[in-house]
Design a protein around this ligand. Structure first.
Ligand SMILES: [Zn+2]
Length: 471
């Protein structure tokens, strides 16, 4: 804002020309300070910058090669062979998480979450005989708000052409040793730090058989009433077709649904009356990730895809959004189907197979950095505001929004954000202080979309909550 009320201070300056010059100088000064204040709010957190530098493409490469060395990680493969099959991969990840935990004074709770999966017969079912499905999970407990949870996941199982084939080689370097290695590397660098909220580093099995491990976790989260505020799945983040000098090497897709998968018929009726098909909690999460990436990795872009997943396809975030949790998927910009779900070998002079030489490890490290920066910002910031309501008691061109006060002790206040209805991202914000309702004068809710976010005393901002109509 530019403040130009100079009369009081400059009334003693008699010369008109001097008066104008002084006034202009003051205006410029206030304007410049204001711009600086805006900018300074958007400065990266130096501790997060330092953490991102610690993320190592070399260690990620080594982890991907290790996972590939188990020959196959098909969920139906051997579980008690120490060198081949999904059991060997499971035990190696478990040991790796334990090593990481030992390095941070046992700061991680490491566990195998196992359930017995009944047979699901082909062609649709991909589990010929009943098997144990195991998620390997490491939890970094939050310091001040441990019940608020962020989950970052990759699937450590793999497949060749036939998802029920337990014997064929299925290196799965990109799909999805890349995502699993990203999660393990995040556990390494993030466990050395403290966050307000809890972060769960998870690698799941049974993705290729129908999102089995992720579904098990999401069901348990509902049963245990876990407050999962956000979930990321990293699946196929190896950049196989994005090798050096490709412009695609500098971006990652983040898929988010617009209309919630668990929307009720009543909520759909409300949405048809108010708009908001572009404003689910998952979409707000994607916008938060994009804003974070713009700040922390300006040369590596988040390409928001306004879709739940790729065309007619699925991933481990889906069991979460189906249960009402905000969740998104990270995937490279262009998948290479010669190196995905293939039997390894040369056919008609062409090599097929998901092997490590088609993975761009520096690229995986960059995707890992976008994840880690977003997770760190989420887990340091307050929770997104709850019970955010658009007050509709009477018609008018002012817009009144109300919300519940944050329970967090370091809350500084709230911001109202808004955008034109055709804008994909939030374009404006206004700090409104530590209040629980606010009226935007002469700004009609018919003409803009509004949201609210919480800000703590250190300047950390939550994702945006989109209001629902209330009387
Ligand atoms: Zn996958």
């Amino acid at each position: 804002m530019i403040i130009c009320d100079y009369n009081l201070y400059f009334s003693q300056i008699q010369n008109m020309k001097s008066k104008i010059t002084a006034a202009l100088a003051l205006c410029f000064c206030v304007f410049a300070f204001d711009v600086f204040a805006q900018k300074s709010k958007e400065k990266p957190n130096p501790e997060i910058v330092k953490m991102l530098k610690e993320i190592s493409a070399k260690r990620i490469e080594s982890d991907i090669r290790k996972l590939v060395s188990f020959g196959t990680r098909n969920t139906n493969s051997e579980q008690d062979n120490p060198t081949r099959g999904i059991g060997a991969a499971r035990d190696w990840i478990f040991a790796e998480f334990n090593k990481i935990s030992a390095d941070c004074g046992n700061c991680l709770a490491v566990e195998k979450q196992t359930y017995l999966q009944e047979a699901m017969l082909p062609p649709r079912g991909r589990v010929p005989v009943a098997i144990n499905v195991t998620n390997v999970v490491a939890t970094l407990r939050g310091t001040t708000d441990p019940n608020r949870i962020y989950v970052v996941s990759g699937h450590y199982d793999s497949m060749c052409q036939n998802p029920a084939d337990a014997k064929c080689d299925a290196p799965g370097a990109n799909d999805d040793a890349s995502g699993s290695a990203a999660v393990i590397e995040m556990a390494r660098v993030m466990s050395k730090r403290k966050f307000d909220a809890t972060i769960i580093f998870m690698t799941v099995a049974g993705e290729e058989q129908g999102l089995l491990g992720a579904t098990h976790f999401a069901k348990q989260a509902v049963e245990k009433k876990m407050n999962v505020e956000a979930m990321f799945t990293n699946d196929i983040i190896g950049g196989v077709t994005t090798f050096k000098n490709s412009r695609d090497r500098n971006s990652v897709r983040v898929f988010s649904e617009g209309v919630p998968s668990n929307e009720t018929e009543q909520e759909a009726t409300t949405r048809r009356g108010t708009g908001g098909e572009n404003d689910s909690a998952s979409r707000q999460l994607a916008r938060f990730i994009k804003e974070t990436a713009d700040l922390y990795s300006p040369k590596f872009a988040v390409m928001m895809i306004y879709r739940r997943d790729r065309y007619l396809r699925g991933g481990d975030h889906i069991p979460f959004v189906e249960r009402g949790f905000a969740a998104v998927r990270f995937t490279e910009p262009n998948e290479d189907y010669d190196h995905q779900h293939q039997n390894v070998g040369i056919r008609e002079g062409k090599f097929y197979g998901d092997t490590p030489e088609f993975v761009d490890f520096d690229y995986v490290a960059n995707v890992t950095r976008v994840n880690a920066a977003s997770l760190a910002n989420l887990a340091l910031a307050p929770a997104r505001p709850k019970n955010v309501g658009m007050v509709t008691a009477r018609l008018g061109n002012d817009t009144e929004i109300k919300w519940d006060a944050s329970a967090e002790s370091d809350i500084a206040g709230y911001e109202i954000v808004w955008r034109d209805t055709v804008s994909p991202v939030w374009t404006n914000s206004q700090s409104v202080g530590n209040v629980t309702n606010f009226v935007m004068k002469a700004m009609s809710k018919d003409n803009y979309f509004f949201g609210v976010r919480a800000v703590d005393k250190a300047g950390n901002k939550s994702p945006v909550s989109f209001p629902r109509p209330v009387r």
